[in-house]
Ligand binder design. Structure first.
Ligand code: ATP
Ligand code: MG
Length: 299
């Protein structure tokens, strides 16, 4: 396999943001280019070496979902085929092919639209303290990782760089983006999650929870944006190891987290991951993609 791409070098494209994993380029008034690098973050720390092919696998997974979901709602994907992209993008084919999506430029609504189908993570922590998630009361005596009676919309605010997102009660969303979009966002988030979960469960993968971003286009319509339903934005659990009453290993980070625990990782200083951890992690991403889509990723 080829080397990990940690950072793109496309001087003729206008870089608008560089997140922990993705790079975003401005193409024209209508469109943006979303590029997934092979960077790996764990505990919000970007590791020194990347996972070769991860960005391609995650992009192709997002594209798979966008295609599957296009009957459920409008999505921002224009194309992931580099031959259909402008010449300024094709010029950097070596770096960008297979890891890029050309998307419609939207006005992003400032809410992280989280949906939880299973109780885990910060949801489980709040439930143990107060019997609620996002202040929504839940049935008594739920166990860790248990499937919820119904998927829950548990939004959070989109924090500025370096700050933490804050969970809010769904009724507070209207005060931020208005009543009409708040209602549509909750409906869309639940609808998209349910459609994806139904597909994934048939393939032996549980999507315990996920985060969507929505934007609005010039006509004021709500559109599904960002990346969707990848291990970076969701908790994927292999269904065959699932057991209520304990934490589950996430699909992709299992080996990385075990390794980081074994070396007493301080959760702040980037480190170099050993080759066998990288190899096993690549295999996990390939396995998740292949299980979900029924085909191997193009690397
Ligand atoms: P991280 O995900 O690493 O925590 P981040 O969210 O700031 O950081 P990225 O996810 O790499 O960084 O950046 C993607 C940015 O693009 C996000 O701010 C997201 O809201 C925005 N975005 C997604 N889709 C669109 C779109 N169609 N139009 C405009 N902006 C978009
Ligand atoms: Mg992001």
């Amino acid at each position: 396999m080829s080397q990990a791409i940690l950072e793109c070098n496309c001087p003729d494209l206008k870089l608008v943001s560089r997140g922990k994993v993705r790079e975003l380029y401005d193409i024209d008034d209508e469109s943006l280019l979303f590029v997934a690098t092979d960077r790996l973050s764990a505990y919000d720390v970007i590791m020194k070496n990347g996972i070769p092919g991860k960005g391609k696998i995650l992009t192709q997974m997002s594209v798979f979902w966008f295609n599957l979901l296009k009957d459920v709602m409008k999505t921002h994907l224009i194309t992931a085929n580099i031959d259909e992209m402008p010449a300024c993008v094709q010029k950097y084919r070596d770096q960008l092919e297979g890891r890029s999506m050309l998307v419609k430029k939207l006005s992003i609504l400032p809410i992280e639209a989280i949906v939880r189908g299973y109780i885990t993570g910060s949801g489980w922590a709040e439930y143990k303290r107060k019997g609620t998630v996002c202040d929504i009361p839940l049935p008594k005596e739920l166990k860790e990782s248990q499937k919820l009676p119904e998927p829950l919309f548990t939004p959070s605010t989109k924090a500025e760089y370096g700050e933490h997102d804050e969970n809010i009660h769904p009724s507070k969303v209207a005060g931020i983006i208005g009543e009409k979009y708040a209602k549509q966002m909750e409906e869309n988030a639940l609808k998209v999650y349910k459609a994806a979960l139904a597909h994934a469960e048939k393939k032996g993968i549980i999507i315990a929870d996920t985060k969507f971003e929505f934007g609005t286009n010039k006509d004021g319509e709500m559109v599904l944006a960002d990346e969707v339903l990848t291990p970076d934005s969701s908790r994927f659990w292999p269904a065959d190891n699932y057991e209520v009453g304990r934490g589950q290993d996430s699909y992709d980070k299992q080996y990385v987290r075990d390794y980081l625990t074994s070396i007493n990782f301080d959760k702040k200083t980037p480190i170099e991951l050993p080759q066998d951890i990288i190899d096993k992690t690549v295999q996990k991403y390939i396995e998740a993609y292949t299980r979900l889509t029924g085909t191997a990723p193009q690397l």
